[in-house]
Design a protein around this ligand. Structure first.
Ligand code: IMP
Length: 431
């Protein structure tokens, strides 16, 4: 059977927090399905609609578009309690959510309190070498997936989870007992699961058969990435990465697709860079005042954990490779308005090896690599006027347009969207 071509993706090109949620929300009404294909409650997609701000963790950002069916994919890890709370909180604020517009894949791995506990415990034991995880149990839940153990949502809705739960709780308690005296109580946990079983069961569906059928009837799917390429478990700056596949390969494996099946692959990056948690960040600001300005103007505090994000300049060497690997067909550059007040804006155009003093390409898969590079910068004069809320290309300052041209030329990827604010309508469509 021929693969459909009516599939697009929105991917983060950096260490997450690029503004993917806003882009997905803005595009969602052009699609029939929006599917999250990786990650879990570690994601924090912020969506601003009018005066209301919503934070999504598991639920795809298509949820605010009335005719879209949203799917939490089978390679996501789903926190059983948090996802229920997320649905209920959105319902309470008047967002229409029901099994009609939200499906959670039957096969998705479940995150339970012992995953979170293991995540936090491991970080504590690692001390200074910690990853700086979100503490949402992501690593331990993906370890279950790869180890072919743990519990799926299907197990819970079919009521066949008890034996597995017993094994998992025993295992986790045995390990945790070495380091703490808190035990997970099996009966208590089982009861908590039962108390939400009826609520969540209608959402847990075989979304894939229906999706596949509809795609062959010409319906359109947008695949929503969480985190970013540099946090991808294999491709990213290991070990300071998340545990899911945040690159396009995550989306490909989920549905059995190839790169050529995609109509559009939109890569999202801010006009500057941020990183949360540990790891090398060659372009990180050394100027604390500059960092404070960007953190404040860009609201660079985690949507999931509230942690302050580290801030730095955009770098072309990673952007170029990440765009190439993910076959990015166009870029969405977000948060340009955050830089409105700066006299000078830099973009790193090359990495210089500290050993040989020569230019080197970015190589994926290891954080260590980035520790041995010195960024070389191109400097731009700031535009020093407000770009907030601009929606037409001709109103973007010339200096900003020069920077955008440089990014496009250096990466070889056209810029399709320039986001000028948090609200859905605040962006410029460049072509
Ligand atoms: P984990 O995904 O909680 O295991 O965290 C692993 C690393 O990924 C840490 O550095 C986190 O800060 C980072 N991370 C995970 N999710 C996000 C995200 O949505 N935005 C930014 N960083 C993230």
């Amino acid at each position: 059977m021929e693969h459909p071509k009516n599939i697009s993706a929105v991917l983060g090109l950096s260490w997450g927090d690029e503004g993917k949620g806003k882009i997905v929300d803005a595009l969602a009404s052009q699609f029939d399905f929006v599917m999250r294909f990786n990650g879990g409650g570690n994601a924090g997609h912020t969506i601003v609609l009018g005066e209301k701000t919503f934070k999504l963790h598991h639920i795809p950002a298509g949820i605010f578009s009335p005719d879209v069916t949203n799917i939490i994919g089978r390679k996501c890890v789903v926190d059983f309690f948090d996802v229920a709370e997320e649905i209920q909180q959105l319902q309470q604020t008047g967002v229409e959510i029901s099994p009609k517009n939200l499906s959670i894949a039957f096969d998705a791995q479940v995150v339970l309190p012992f995953h979170k506990r293991m995540d936090i415990l491991r970080e504590k034991i690692r001390g200074a070498g910690k990853v700086g995880t979100t503490g949402r149990g992501i690593g331990p839940a993906y370890a279950d997936l790869i180890s072919r153990v743990g519990i799926t949502l299907g197990d819970i809705v079919k009521n066949s989870f008890q034996e597995k739960l017993q094994t998992e709780v025993r295992m986790h308690n045995a390990i945790a007992r070495e380091f703490s005296n808190e035990e997970i109580l099996l009966n208590e946990l089982e009861e908590k699961i039962f108390s939400l079983q009826n609520f969540l069961t209608p959402f847990v569906q075989d979304a894939y058969s229906l999706l596949w059928k509809r795609l062959h009837e010409g319906k359109k799917l947008l695949m929503e990435g969480a985190q970013g390429a540099l946090l991808d478990a294999y491709f990213g700056t290991r070990p300071f990465v998340s545990s899911s596949l945040a690159c396009l390969h995550g989306a490909l494996l989920d549905l059995g697709l190839s790169f050529s099946d995609f109509e559009e692959i939109i890569g999202v990056t801010k006009l500057y860079n941020t990183r949360v948690g540990s790891g090398a960040f060659p372009t990180e600001f050394s100027d604390e005042h500059l960092r404070d300005v960007i953190q404040k103007r860009g609201k660079e505090f985690g949507a999931t954990t509230g942690r302050a994000r580290r801030c730095g300049w955009l770098d072309i060497p990673t952007l170029k490779l990440v765009s190439n690997v993910n076959k990015v067909s166009s870029l969405a550059i977000t948060k340009v308005d955050v830089l409105d007040t700066l006299d000078e804006i830099k973009i790193c155009d090359a990495f210089i090896s500290e050993k040989t003093n020569t230019e080197i390409p970015f190589l994926p898969g290891s954080d260590e690599y980035l520790r041995g590079v010195t960024p070389h910068y191109k400097s731009f004069v700031g535009w020093k006027r407000s770009t907030a809320g601009i929606i037409a290309r001709e109103f973007l300052p010339q200096n900003l347009q020069t920077m955008l041209r440089c990014i496009s030329e250096e990466t070889g990827v056209p810029i399709q969207f320039v986001s000028t604010g948090a609200k859905r309508e605040e962006f410029v469509k460049m072509y």
